[in-house]
Design a protein around this ligand. Structure first.
Ligand code: AMP
Ligand code: MG
Length: 417
């Protein structure tokens, strides 16, 4: 007899998170690191900007010369972006300067070209001998000082930081060609059941196509993991064992299987896990997704999710995704939740329930939610039209129109906002 433990969702998740490790680091080219989690601090080895430069096209000068505009200054040279100034600025003189060009010695400010008598972007005029300055500036105006963004030696990013396009820009600016990031979890995905066909096969009597394997591969990829398909395990212990062995040889960090973990006569996954792993079989007080197996197979963390497609996906959302995110080094493990006002009454059996729901923005700026349809655990259609899982807390059996519940947002379509 399989030992079955009854756990709340929170207890199950806490057990799971305690059992999965944060993976080791690997070095990757910085340009391929978007979405990854830093595993090392990044220290700036250069000032950013590396030199004082102009923030405008205009004239570099001494601010003191602009105290009583208009003032005419002698133009002694020019400096373009990428060049070095060849002249100094002294009292009564100015150097034409382009955005990003180094500030000449002696200058302490820039006056934008719009505030001079020079025709805006009139290249044909060439360098004038004199320029009329029509405004006052203070020392430092329109100058970007060296190190003004980031000073050399500063630790700009800490381990655990998620690299977004902004961080990629920073790494590029600092010349950081490679970064250490947490490895992406390699996840072996096994579907089980004699009823399953491959996706390309025509339907035959009594058979259905394997959707779980693909749903889970997509969920793994979306959570930053690398899916490693282990195919369809037939309802024999030998076949399931062979496929798990293939996963071990592929170096998986985590196994995910679907079906075969309830107490049916043909639930061979249960038998295999019991013989070669340390696995707990849990009755999670959750709907959908009650049966859940979690533990280790040959030392590798293992999730045995339910077979019904929606149960499998909701269980992954609640347990698999946070575990994968932890393994990948993330510290934010939960999807965002919103308080939503029910527009339809909902019922539960007292288990923590996750209803497929559509969350919408209301006229007063809040959010409303309604179930998307039949909540049967095989009903994919109501998952496809949902953008959230509406959470009915444990112990609550009824929620009325106007009640406020939490919605776990699966998706943030622009039209919601
Ligand atoms: P089980 O956990 O084996 O009792 O399966 C529960 C239900 O999920 C059954 O209706 C199965 O046919 C269905 N099922 C199991 N595995 C898959 C799969 N990979 N794709 C789609 N449905 C599945
Ligand atoms: Mg089955």
């Amino acid at each position: 007899m399989t030992p079955v433990e009854s756990l709340s969702v929170a207890e199950a998740l806490a057990n799971i998170l305690a059992a999965v490790p944060v993976l080791s680091a690997e070095r990757v080219p910085f340009a391929e690191a978007v979405g990854r989690i830093l595993a090392e601090p990044i220290v700036a080895h250069d000032d950013l900007p590396p030199f004082a430069n102009s923030s405008m096209d205009g004239y570099a000068l001494q601010a003191a010369d602009t105290a009583a505009p208009p003032t005419t200054l002698r133009v002694v040279g020019e400096v373009a972006a990428g060049a070095m100034p060849q002249v100094m600025v002294e009292r009564g003189t100015a150097v034409r300067i382009m955005t990003g060009a180094p500030l000449p010695d002696g200058a302490d400010a820039v006056v934008p070209v719009e505030d001079t008598d020079e025709a805006w972007r009139d290249k044909a005029r060439g360098l004038p001998t004199h320029v009329e300055i029509r405004r006052t500036v203070l020392a430092g105006d329109f100058v970007r000082p060296a190190g003004g963004d980031i000073a050399r030696g500063t630790a700009v990013l800490q381990p655990g930081h998620r690299l977004r396009p902004a961080e990629i820009s920073l790494l590029a600016s600092l010349g950081q060609t490679e970064v250490a990031v947490v490895r992406r979890p390699r996840v072996g995905i096994l579907a089980t059941g004699d009823e399953l066909l491959e996706v390309h096969e025509p339907l035959r009597p009594g058979k259905i196509r394997n959707s779980n394997g693909y749903a889970q591969a997509a969920q793994v990829a979306e959570a930053g993991g690398i899916p490693i398909p282990l195919g369809i395990g037939r309802d024999t212990e030998a076949d399931v064992r062979d496929r798990l062995q293939a996963g071990l040889e592929a170096g998986v960090d985590l196994f995910i299987s679907s079906a075969g973990v309830s107490v049916g006569v043909y639930d061979v996954v249960t038998a295999v896990l019991q013989s070669a792993g340390s696995i707990g079989f849990w009755r999670v007080r959750m709907r959908p997704g009650k049966p859940l197996a979690f533990g280790r197979y040959q030392g590798i963390p293992y999730f045995g999710f339910p077979g019904n497609p929606v149960s499998a996906m909701v269980s992954f959302e609640r347990f698999g995704r946070p575990a994968l995110l932890k393994m990948g080094g993330h510290t934010a493990l939960q999807r965002p939740q919103l308080p939503v006002t029910l527009t339809v009454a909902v019922d539960s059996d007292g288990r923590e329930s996750y209803l497929r729901a559509l969350v919408q923005r209301t006229a007063d700026g809040g959010y409303s939610a309604a179930p998307t349809g039949d909540q049967g655990s095989h009903m994919l259609s109501s998952l496809v039209t949902a953008n959230a899982l509406l959470i009915i807390p444990e112990g609550v059996r009824h929620a009325a129109v106007g009640d406020v519940l939490q919605a776990l947002m699966l998706d943030w379509p622009e039209w919601v906002f």
